[in-house]
Ligand binder design. Structure first.
Ligand code: HEM
Length: 468
C-alpha cells in the first residue's frame, strides 16, 4: 500500500491508487523525502529527537515513576538488567506517561507477554511495532504491523522463501559461504568480529534470499541499519536525509532486478528460490511491483527482519561464551549441543528488545486497567530474563532444558517468519567454527549500538586460536 503520511497531503494526489500504479518506487520515495523535508521545516515535532548519553543509575535505586525503558542507552550501559528486574518484581505492567516516544505501558513478565502476543484480537500490531513513530513520509506498511486479514494474506504470499524445502536448498550454499568467510579470517591477531563475520554472513544470507547482486550485499546492511536506527522511532542515530538518499538508488536497482527477472522467467528460465522469483510466480503477487508500497514493505521487512537479528545473535553468541567459558568447554566436549545452544544464544541475546501493540478495547492486564488505544510494549528482552520462567536467567546455559521456550521470536500470528532460517544460519556457523578453532577470545568490551529496539553490537574485537 502507501506511505500513511503521504496519504494525508497531496504529494501523490487524491487519485492515489491510479498514481501508485504508474509511479515507480524510487520516485515515490524521492517524493516522500521532499515531503519529509518540508514537514521538518514547518513542524518541529517532525525533527529528529537528539539523545544525549548520561550515566544511568542502578534500577534498584530509581523511583518506579522515574524508570524510563525508552532510554536508548539502557542496554549499552548494562542497566537494562536492573531496571527490568525492578519492573518485573514491583510493577510488571508499568505506565510511563511521558517521554520522547509518548505514553506507553511496559509489560515485562514472561507470562504476561505471552498472553498478549497470543491475543491479537485484543492487542493490535497496527500502526507500528516500534515505540516511537516513523518520520513523515517513511510510514511504509509491512505485515509485521498489520492485523488479520491483511496480515495473513501478505505473510502467506512471501513465506515460501523460508519454507522447509527452500531452506534445504539453501543449506549447502549457506554452509559454503560460511566456510569461505571463516577460512579467510586471520588467526592469532585481533580483528572486528562484527564486520568480518556477523555482517558479512548476514549480508550473504540476505543477498541469497532476495537474489540481490552478491557484490553489492553490504548495501542491504546499510539500508537496514538506517531504517531501524530512525531516532524518533527507536532512539537510534540515523540521519533522515541520508536514509532517504540511500533508499532511492537502491530501490531503483530492486525495480530493475524485478523486471529483469520477470523477463527471464517469461523467456523460459527456471525461477530460483529467492523472494523475487517466488513473488513473480505466485498469482497473488506477480504484479506486486504495480503496488509499489506493498512491494517495498515486503522487501524491507525481509531485509530489516533478517539483518540486525541474525547478525547480533552471531556476535552475542561469541560474547556470551566468553562470559561463561565453562559453557565453551562443555560445547567443545559435546558439539551435539549446538542446536540447543543456538536457542539459548537467541534467548540470551534477544536481538529485538520488544514489539509494540495497541489495546483494541478497555481491558485489565495483571491488575492494571488498560484503556482502548493505549500503547503497550512487550519487552521480550525482559521476558527472556524472567526468573519466574528461566532458572538463573542471566547466565548462558547451553544445555538449558527450556531454552526453546524463549520468546525472542515473539509468539502468535506474528511469530518470526525467518526463525528456522536464522537458527540454521547460526547452527552452521557454530558447526564450522568448532571444526576450525580452539578458541575465540573476545579482546576488550564490545561496542553497543544506541537504540531501545535493537540489542546490537557495532564492534567486537576477537582473537582466534586455530585447532591443532
Ligand atoms: C517477525 C525476531 C530472524 C523475518 C519477528 C518478530 C520478532 C522477530 C520478535 C515479531 C514477532 C511478534 O510480533 O510476535 C527475530 C529474531 C531473529 C529473526 C530474534 C534471529 C535471531 C529473521 C530472519 C528473517 C525474519 C532471518 C528473514 C527471513 C521476519 C518477518 C517477520 C518477523 C518477515 C514478520 C512476521 C509476521 O508479522 O507475521 N522476528 N527474527 N526474521 N521476522 Fe524475524
Amino acid at each position: 500500500k502507501v506511505f500513511g503520511q503521504a496519504k494525508r497531503i497531496n504529494v501523490f494526489g487524491q487519485a492515489k491508487s491510479k498514481v501508485e500504479t504508474v509511479v515507480p518506487i524510487h520516485l515515490l520515495v524521492r517524493g516522500a523525502h521532499l515531503y519529509n523535508r518540508a514537514r521538518r521545516v514547518v513542524d518541529k515535532s517532525e525533527r529528529s529527537p537528539v539523545f544525549i548519553e548520561a550515566p544511568i543509575p542502578d534500577g534498584a535505586n530509581v523511583k518506579l515513576a522515574d524508570i524510563d525503558t525508552g532510554n536508548p542507552f539502557l542496554y549499552r550501559q548494562g542497566q537494562w538488567l536492573s531496571h527490568f528486574k525492578r519492573l518485573r518484581d514491583d510493577a510488571p505492567v508499568h505506565y510511563q506517561p511521558k517521554g520522547p516516544f509518548g505514553p506507553f505501558w511496559s509489560v515485562t513478565r514472561y507470562d504476561d507477554i505471552l498472553a498478549m502476543d497470543k491475543n491479537h484480537h485484543l492487542f493490535s500490531a497496527e500502526p507500528y511495532i516500534f515505540m516511537g513513530k516513523p518520520p513523515a513520509g517513511f510510514d511504509i506498511e509491512m505485515f509485521i504491523a498489520m492485523d488479520p486479514p491483511k496480515h495473513d494474506v501478505q505473510r502467506q504470499a512471501v513465506q515460501g522463501v523460508v519454507a522447509p524445502k527452500n531452506l534445504k536448498e539453501m543449506e549447502q550454499l549457506i554452509r559454503s559461504r560460511v566456510q569461505e568467510v571463516l577460512d579467510g579470517l586471520p588467526v592469532g591477531e585481533s580483528f572486528n568480529w562484527v564486520d568480518r563475520v556477523s555482517i558479512e554472513l548476514t549480508g550473504r544470507m540476505l543477498a541469497t534470499l532476495l537474489d540481490y547482486p552478491y557484490e553489492d550485499r553490504r548495501e542491504l546492511t546499510v539500508i537496514s541499519d538506517l531504517a531501524s536506527g530512525v531516532p524518533a522511532a527507536t532512539g537510534g542515530t540515523s540521519d533522515l536525509d541520508e536514509t532517504f538518499n540511500y533508499a532511492v538508488p537502491l530501490l531503483r536497482k530492486v525495480m530493475h532486478l524485478w523486471h529483469d527477472k520477470a523477463a527471464r522467467i517469461a523467456a523460459g528460465e527456471a525461477p530460483g528460490f529467492d523472494l523475487l522469483s517466488l513473488m513473480l510466480t505466485d498469482d497473488e503477487t506477480k504484479n506486486l511491483i504495480d503496488r509499489p508500497m506493498e512491494f517495498l514493505g515486503n522487501f524491507l521487512l525481509l531485509v530489516v527482519g533478517g539483518n540486525d537479528t541474525t547478525r547480533n545473535s552471531m556476535t552475542g553468541g561469541v560474547y556470551a561464551l566468553n562470559k561463561f567459558p565453562d559453557e565453551f568447554v562443555k560445547l567443545k566436549a559435546n558439539p551435539k549441543l549446538i542446536p540447543n545452544m543456538v536457542s539459548e544464544i537467541i534467548r540470551w541475546q534477544t536481538p529485538l528488545a520488544y514489539m509494540c501493540r495497541r489495546a483494541k478495547e478497555d481491558t485489565v492486564l495483571n491488575g492494571q486497567h488498560i484503556r482502548k488505544g493505549d500503547k503497550l510494549v512487550m519487552w521480550y528482552s525482559s521476558g527472556n530474563r524472567d526468573e519466574r520462567h528461566f532458572d538463573r536467567p542471566n547466565e548462558l546455559v547451553i544445555d538449558r532444558s527450556n531454552a526453546r521456550s524463549h520468546i525472542a521470536f515473539g509468539f502468535g500470528i506474528h511469530r518470526c517468519m525467518g526463525n528456522r532460517l536464522a537458527e540454521m544460519q547460526l547452527r552452521i556457523l557454530w558447526e564450522e567454527l568448532l571444526e576450525r578453532f580452539e578458541n575465540i577470545e573476545v579482546v576488550g568490551e564490545p561496542e553497543i549500538v544506541q537504540s531501545n529496539f535493537v540489542r546490537g553490537y557495532s564492534k567486537m574485537m576477537v582473537k582466534l586460536t586455530a585447532k591443532q
